[in-house]
Design a protein around this ligand. Structure first.
Ligand SMILES: C[S@@+](CC[C@H](N)C(=O)[O-])C[C@H]1O[C@@H](n2cnc3c(N)ncnc32)[C@H](O)[C@@H]1O
Length: 327
């Protein structure tokens, strides 16, 4: 499906037709496993995206502002090194850090096209409209889809391009899927293209756990919102108050895990799936992993995908890293 909006410079391609039923499949599959799990892409309805915008403002949540600091320092150099005319952004969300890259491309006189790719329609349309106004002459080609399945929807590159995957979202993949995903991405890169990857780094577990357990409870609300998404989209009857937010650092795996814990035994019905889900008292379901990286882990993952690390940029405290790699 292709939608052209009133602003002639925006084209949106949607891979999320009515037949796609991503959520239905993931909920049926995930809630019938011995250890229940629903993947984090389903956090992001309009309310989830709004809550995420609040998470990044919490004092404990260092990844967002740290990646921003790195981009402020390095955007110009990244653009100079790549000569990029085109910025593809996976899981683009609400573009804020992206503006630093677009500004640098505009200032270098190379900016031509922005390709945001997201599962959230409201976020994708909103950002496309805003950006064509903010950058006269910019063409926006948005892809509404799941980057795990729909990379084939990326338009053919027209100039040197950067594929950006920011925010540490790569950490949401378990290690095997992560390498598979990176291999798929590598196939999209021509010799002159570069992958700009944001990765959160291994650090003091206390800092990590605080980031996912903010005192204001915003991450907890974000986590529980997934149940509201299932209720609305699939006719579920989850009682949000009957689940508590859990986030902890798994020191062996070196990842953060977010879960929802049932506060009592219960049966939840999901009408559209004709599914009754039993929860035991204190049973947990996983909603996200967020893997943390060392330089070695990053390099090994890139190498397994046939990518070579060209530059690694970090903040003064080595909390977060941005890497530039290519085939
Ligand atoms: C954590 S936010 C990051 C937003 C922004 N890029 C940043 O760095 O702050 C993740 C974004 O990725 C999108 N997303 C998550 N999983 C996705 C998937 N499988 N396919 C496409 N978009 C996805 C969400 O809708 C959300 O906008």
């Amino acid at each position: 499906m292709t939608m052209r909006t009133a602003a002639g410079d925006i084209e949106i391609v949607s891979k999320l037709g009515p037949d796609e039923r991503l959520l239905a499949f993931d909920v049926l599959d995930g809630l019938t496993r011995p250890f229940k799990e629903v993947p984090p892409k389903h956090f992001y309805d309009a309310e989830g995206s709004r809550l995420f915008e609040q998470i990044i403002e919490q004092p404990e949540y260092y990844p967002y502002r740290t990646e921003r600091v790195i981009l402020e320092a390095c955007a110009e150099e990244i653009v100079a090194r790549t000569g990029a005319a085109e910025l593809v952004e996976l899981g683009s969300g609400v573009p804020t850090k992206t503006l630093l890259l677009l500004d640098a491309m505009r200032d270098a006189g190379t900016l031509d096209r922005y390709v945001p790719f997201d599962v959230s329609e409201s976020v994708l349309l909103g950002s496309a409209e805003r950006l064509v106004e903010q950058y006269p002459g910019l063409r926006v080609y948005g892809v509404l889809g799941d980057f795990e399945r729909h990379l084939d929807a990326l338009p053919v590159a027209e100039g040197p391009r950067i594929i950006a995957f920011l925010g540490g979202t790569i950490g949401n993949f378990p290690p095997g899927s992560r390498r598979k995903f990176l291999r798929g991405l590598a196939r999209e890169l021509r010799p002159q293209d570069r992958l700009l990857l944001g990765t959160d780094l291994v650090k003091d577990p206390a800092l990590l756990e605080a980031a996912y357990n903010d005192a204001a409870g915003v991450t907890a609300a974000f986590n529980r919102n997934m149940l509201a998404v299932i209720n609305r989209e699939l006719g579920g009857d989850f009682d949000l108050d009957a689940f508590e937010h859990v986030a902890f650092y798994d020191r062996e795996q070196e990842w953060i895990e977010m879960r929802l814990r049932a506060l009592e035994p219960m049966v939840v019905n999901v009408r559209e799936l004709d599914l009754a889900v039993h929860f035991a008292n204190r049973e947990e379901m996983r909603t996200e992993i967020s893997a943390k990286f060392t330089r070695e882990r990053l390099q090994a993952d890139l190498a397994a995908a046939g990518l070579r690390l060209h530059a690694l940029m970090t903040d003064d405290d080595s909390l977060f890293a941005l890497s530039l790699s290519g085939p």
